[in-house]
Design a protein around this ligand. Structure first.
Ligand SMILES: NC(=O)c1ccc[n+]([C@@H]2O[C@H](COP(=O)([O-])OP(=O)(O)OC[C@H]3O[C@@H](n4cnc5c(N)ncnc54)[C@H](O)[C@@H]3O)[C@@H](O)[C@H]2O)c1
Ligand SMILES: [Zn+2]
Ligand SMILES: [Zn+2]
Length: 391
C-alpha cells in the first residue's frame, strides 16, 4: 500500500510499504477515509522529536472504515465507520482504569526513552516516533488499530466524515485543556494559538460556561476564523502588548485560566525568544516556551495555566518564581481522548460543536508532502489539510 513516510528532517515522501496485518486479537484494520495534518507532526518533521527512523509512516488524527477484526474485539464489526483516538490505551492498566489514557503503561513498546527523559514513559501514539511506541501512522491506505474496543468509536449517523475526523485528536485535546484546567461558569479564559487545538480549547471553555474567551495568535486568517466560527475575542500578539491587553480586558486582574496551545516551535520577537531559537537550532535546548512564559506572566494570581502544546525536554529561563509567588496551578497533558470522544461526537451530532471549518484543504495521499509544506509555512490560510487516501 501507499503511505506518507518521514525520510529525514523536513523530508516526507509517499512510498510503498507492506500492508498492515492483525497482530493482536484486540486489533482491527481500518481503511483510511480521511486523515489530517496536526501541529504535533511539525515537531517530528522539523527533527525536534528524537527516535524517528527513515521510512516511518506518520499521521495520528484519522477516520476510516473497519475492514478486518481480531477475534477478541467485541465492539466493532467490518463496515463500521470509526474515528480513532490518536493515543492508544490498553483499557486495563492502572492509568487507563483511572481515565488517564495517554499515560497507558502497556502501549508504548519502547518505554526506555521516556523513562530516561521524563522518569516514566507515555502511552503509544500512532505515527509518533520510536520513543512513543513506534506504531505505524495513519497517513496510509490502511492502519492497524490496537485495543480497538477502547480507541475506535463508531461515528453516529448524520455526522459527516470531515466533522467527525477532528474528534480523533484536536477536539478532545482542546476539551481536555479546558476541562482539566477547571474552567467554570463566569471564568475569563485566554487561549494562546488559533490552530485547531487552540480553537477547540476556546470552544470547550465556552461550552463549560466561561464568560469571556480571548484567543491569541498572529495569523490574520486564523484570528478571523476563530472570531467567526468559535466566537471568542481575539488579540494579534504582533500588534498588541498581550499582557497589558489581557489586564485591560479583565479589570486589571488577568485571566482565571490560561491555556497554551502553541507548543515547542512558538514564534516571537523578544530577545529571550531569539535566544531560545538559537539554542534550539544548535540542539542545546529542545523547546521554545515563548507562549508558556507569557501565559504564566499574564495569568491572574491563584489562576491555572494549562499547557496543551507539545514539549519534548528541558527549557531554561522558566518563570518558576511567578508560579510560586502568584500561587498558580500549572498543568499539562497529552490527550486522554478515550475519556471524551463519545460525548464530543454527541455534541458534534447535536450541532453544539462545529469542526468542519477547520478543514481548509483537501488533498490525495500523493499530494500530502506538499500539504504538509503548506501547513508548516501556514500559507494559503491552511489550518488543517485533510488527506484522503481513497481520493
Ligand atoms: N496535548 C496533546 O495531546 C496534543 C494534541 C494535539 C496537538 N498538540 C499540540 O498542540 C499544539 C498546537 O497544535 P495545532 O495543531 O493547533 O498547531 P498549529 O501549528 O496549527 O497552530 C499553532 C498556532 O500557534 C500560533 N503561535 C505561534 N507562536 C505563538 C505565540 N507566541 N503566541 C500565540 N500563538 C502563537 C501559530 O501562529 C499557530 O496558529 C502543538 O504543539 C501540538 O503538538 C497537543
Ligand atoms: Zn495531533
Ligand atoms: Zn493502559
Amino acid at each position: 500500500m501507499k503511505a506518507l513516510c518521514w525520510e529525514g528532517v523536513n523530508k516526507l515522501s509517499v512510498e510503498q510499504v507492506p500492508d498492515p496485518e492483525l497482530r493482536g486479537d484486540q486489533d482491527v484494520i481500518v481503511r483510511l477515509v480521511a486523515g489530517t495534518t496536526c501541529g504535533s507532526d511539525l515537531h517530528l518533521i522539523g527533527g525536534y522529536i528524537p527516535a524517528m527512523r527513515a521510512g516511518d509512516v506518520i499521521g495520528h488524527e484519522f477516520l476510516g472504515e473497519v475492514v478486518e477484526v481480531g477475534s477478541a474485539v467485541r465492539k466493532h464489526k467490518v463496515g463500521d465507520r470509526v474515528v480513532v483516538c490518536s493515543f492508544v490505551g490498553c483499557g486495563r492498566c492502572w492509568y487507563c482504569a483511572n481515565d488517564l489514557w495517554s499515560l497507558c503503561d502497556n502501549t508504548n513498546t519502547n518505554p526506555g526513552i521516556g523513562e530516561a527523559m521524563f522518569g516514566a514513559a507515555t502511552g503509544g501514539i500512532f505515527g509518533y516516533s520510536h520513543a512513543m511506541g513506534g506504531l505505524r501512522g495513519s497517513h496510509a491506505e490502511y492502519v492497524r488499530v490496537p485495543f480497538a474496543d477502547y480507541g475506535a468509536f463508531k461515528v453516529p449517523e448524520g455526522v459527516d466524515d470531515t466533522s467527525a475526523l477532528f474528534v480523533s485528536d484536536s477536539v478532545p485535546t482542546g476539551w481536555m485543556g479546558a476541562d482539566l484546567a477547571g474552567v467554570k461558569p463566569g471564568d475569563v479564559v485566554a487561549v494562546w494559538g488559533c490552530g485547531a487545538v487552540g480553537q477547540m480549547a476556546a470552544r470547550a471553555a465556552m461550552l463549560l460556561g466561561a464568560e469571556r474567551v480571548i484567543s491569541i495568535d498572529r495569523l490574520p486568517e486564523r484570528l478571523e476564523m476563530t472570531e467567526r466560527h468559535i466566537g471568542s475575542e481575539v488579540i494579534d500578539y504582533t500588534a498588541t502588548d498581550v499582557e497589558a491587553e489581557l489586564r485591560e480586558r479583565t479589570g486589571g486582574r488577568g485571566p482565571d485560566v490560561c491555556i497554551e496551545a502553541v507548543g515547542m516551535e512558538a514564534h516571537g520577537d523578544t530577545p529571550m525568544h531569539v535566544y531560545d531559537q538559537v539554542k534550539q537550532q544548535l540542539r542545546l535546548q529542545t523547546d521554545r516556551p515563548t507562549a508558556v512564559r507569557q501565559a504564566i506572566r499574564a495569568c491572574r494570581k491563584g489562576g491555572t495555566v494549562f499547557v496543551l502544546g507539545v514539549f519534548g525536554g528541558a527549557v531554561d529561563k522558566f518563570p518558576l518564581g511567578a508560579v510560586v509567588n502568584k500561587g498558580l496551578t500549572l498543568r499539562g497533558a497529552q490527550m486522554h481522548g478515550q475519556r471524551y470522544i463519545p460525548m464530543l461526537l454527541d455534541r458534534v451530532a447535536a450541532g453544539e460543536l462545529g469542526t468542519s471549518h477547520l478543514a481548509t484543504h483537501s488533498v490525495s495521499l500523493d499530494e500530502a508532502p506538499r500539504a504538509y509544506e503548506m501547513f508548516k509555512k501556514k500559507t494559503d490560510g491552511c489550518v488543517r489539510a485533510v488527506i484522503r487516501p481513497g481520493g
